[in-house]
Write a protein that binds this ligand. Structure first.
Ligand code: SAM
Length: 349
């Protein structure tokens, strides 16, 4: 392996920082030995804190109505092909009940920005889940809201919030989103969430149209500044009914390298091997864990709506029951020497 690559990886690991030149070099590694080295280093760093435990979260995709029109997303408001649905509170509580039985101790409530779910409804839902399952964490991922709304959800019991920043570069943000959306507002939401006391997750898609090494560098700088508890990254995958239908999807190789780089810079961060990664490669999630990721999010949504939460094409696991996904995940993790933890899976300082 090239000596420069090895010493750069060590420098990034030691300094917990990366320069633009170092990022360029690491993203261009293309020899097997170099790729293996960066991934193994990332795994070692991760195992120091989390051992061989993979943390699981049960994902409940509770609405695919959305007022936003992000160019990449299959549930954007202009997609007239999307078959819209909302789960009832009872359906969501049923998902939690089966999830709890299966060993999930975190429920991630994700959806489009759907005005039907007023703050009162969200608070009512969060408190109902927390009342039934006080030993579980509730994560919300429902987009940009006012600080007051975030505070209300927090007071109702929400523990964590996922809001990918999508890209930290102003011009790139504009290529991905319509005029009415702003990067400044999205970033402000993340700062507000942090200030309120949530465990916060930001993140971005790998290979989104217009992404460059420079925009990725800005992403890494923003993540260093924000110091989130979680960073969600997965490949961009085109969706046939969006303006980006013909754009190339992100690659597994770049996603794995970026997972490893983020792990080297942030030894303690919660880093999911996403469903999108599992969609572009049959062993994507296992390879994600073997590149420094430590979280997986099997789906707990009712099978009859899975197909409808189509952010991108060919999404996996749309026909499987929650139990199948849960045990499939356990077997997948066992096959690479990891154990699925039955715990809330909090951030370890
Ligand atoms: N509405 C909430 C929000 O904006 O954070 C949560 C739902 S949103 C659909 C969840 C994430 O899906 C987005 O942050 C985005 O990164 C990801 N996503 C959307 N379209 C995608 C695509 N075509 N490929 C990969 N990921 C996608």
């Amino acid at each position: 392996m090239n000596k420069e690559i090895k010493s750069t990886i060590n420098k990034v690991k030691q300094s917990r920082n990366i320069s633009l030149e170092q990022l360029k070099l690491l993203l261009e590694i293309n020899d097997d030995e170099g790729v293996r080295f960066i991934r193994e280093e990332a795994v070692k760093v991760c195992q120091k804190t989390y051992g061989n435990q993979v943390l699981i979260r049960g994902l409940i995709e509770f609405t695919n109505f959305c007022k936003n029109d992000c160019y990449y997303c299959g549930i954007r408001r202009s997609n007239s092909q999307a078959d819209r649905y909302r789960l009832t509170k009872e359906q969501m509580l049923d998902c939690c009940a089966s999830g709890y039985q299966l060993g999930f101790r975190t429920f991630v409530m994700q959806g489009g920005e759907d005005g039907y779910f007023t703050d009162d409804k969200i608070c009512d839902l969060v408190s109902a889940i927390k009342e039934k399952y006080p030993d579980c964490a509730v994560t919300l991922s429902i987009g940009e809201k006012s600080k007051e709304s975030y505070k209300r959800y927090f007071d109702a019991g929400a523990d964590r919030y996922l809001l990918r920043h999508e890209t930290a570069d102003e011009a790139h943000y504009k290529k991905l989103h319509p005029e009415e959306m702003s990067l400044a507002h999205r970033k402000q939401c993340l700062w507000d969430l942090k200030e309120i006391g949530y465990q916060v997750g930001c993140g971005f898609m790998v290979g989104s149209p217009g992404q460059t090494v420079e925009t990725l560098y800005e992403d890494l700088q923003f993540i260093r500044e924000l110091q989130p508890h979680m960073v969600g990254i997965g490949p961009f995958i085109s969706q046939k009914d969006t303006p980006f239908a013909d754009k190339a999807s992100g690659t597994m190789e770049q996603t794995l390298k970026l997972l490893a780089i983020i792990r080297l810079i942030h030894p303690h961060v919660l880093l999911p091997a996403t469903t999108a990664l599992g969609t572009i490669h049959p062993k994507g999630r296992e390879l994600g864990i073997l590149s420094g990721a430590n979280v997986v999010m099997p789906n707990l949504s009712p099978v009859n709506v899975r197909e409808k939460y189509k952010l991108y094409d060919n999404k996996i696991c749309t026909g499987n029951e929650a139990a199948e996904c849960r045990y499939c995940m356990e077997n997948r993790m066992k096959s690479i020497g990891y154990e699925v933890a039955v715990s809330r899976g909090d951030y370890i300082e």
